[in-house]
Design a protein around this ligand. Structure first.
Ligand code: URA
Length: 241
């Protein structure tokens, strides 16, 4: 991505006055792996509420999620939203749960918040094809309510397996729910931002930032989100932050 293109994305983020901090932002060439799409659906995969996703490959996991009935959300969903992006990506972006548009289209972050997430990623030289994007919940909670503890725990093994399969260099948790679920903590977002955490079961650094839907409501915090993104870039690059 050229400097002009990056500036355009930063402008879209509302961050027009951008100062480069050291080597924080990687050049466009940082995207090492070409987006390849996910593995296709498996056939003959065993699915159901008692199947453990722990040893599954991408195709089996996707099929398992598509048939999931572990919690009540399967009754109201149009379809499951497994995740999208590069299955060998260095970055995993984790959000909360599909909304109405995501439930309709089967892809995470495709509404207004998704467009802002795209802009945030583009500002650091990434795209939805160069990262992998998933949610804590694979099904939409009705009326966009927060996931219940039961729903989050029913879905946990799926995200856990996605983390294991991807083995990313970095997980970016967007929003309180994603951060709390990934880090298995009840700490508020304000206490989780600004530091590098470790995933409790996978040896992967986790950086926390605001949910793009929140940033749409509170654009003043976009500057802080930018700081979080720079921390994530430094962390993924192997800096100790
Ligand atoms: N918000 C999320 O957390 N995830 C989505 O996929 C869409 C909106």
């Amino acid at each position: 991505m050229s400097a002009a293109e990056r500036d355009a994305w930063l402008a879209a983020l509302g961050l027009v006055r951008w100062e480069r901090r050291g080597a924080a932002v990687s050049p466009a060439g940082e995207i090492e792996r070409v987006a390849g799409g996910e593995a296709g659906m498996a056939t003959g995969v065993e699915v159901g509420r008692d199947v453990d996703p722990a040893g599954m490959d991408w195709a089996a996991l996707r099929a398992c999620v598509a048939d999931c009935t572990r919690c009540g959300l399967h009754r109201s969903r149009t379809q499951t939203v497994f995740g999208v992006g590069n299955p060998t990506a260095d970055w995993l972006i984790v959000g909360e749960a599909p909304g109405a548009e995501e439930d309709r289209r089967g892809e995470p972050f495709v509404g207004r918040a998704g467009r802002l997430l795209d802009a945030m990623l583009a500002a650091i030289g990434h795209s939805r094809e160069s990262v992998f994007i998933a949610n804590v919940l694979k099904c939409r909670p009705p009326d966009n309510r927060d996931p219940s503890a039961e729903e989050a725990s029913a879905c946990r093994a799926y995200l856990d397996r996605q983390v294991g399969l991807l083995a990313p260099r970095l997980i970016l948790a967007v929003g309180r729910i994603a951060a709390q679920q990934l880090l298995e903590t009840a700490a508020p977002l304000g206490r989780l931002r600004g530091k590098v955490h470790r995933h409790p079961r996978h040896d992967v650094p986790v950086v926390v930032t605001y949910h793009p839907a929140y940033l749409l409501r509170s654009p003043a915090d976009k500057a802080r989100a930018w700081e979080d993104l720079l921390l994530a870039v430094r962390t993924a690059a192997g800096a100790s932050s």
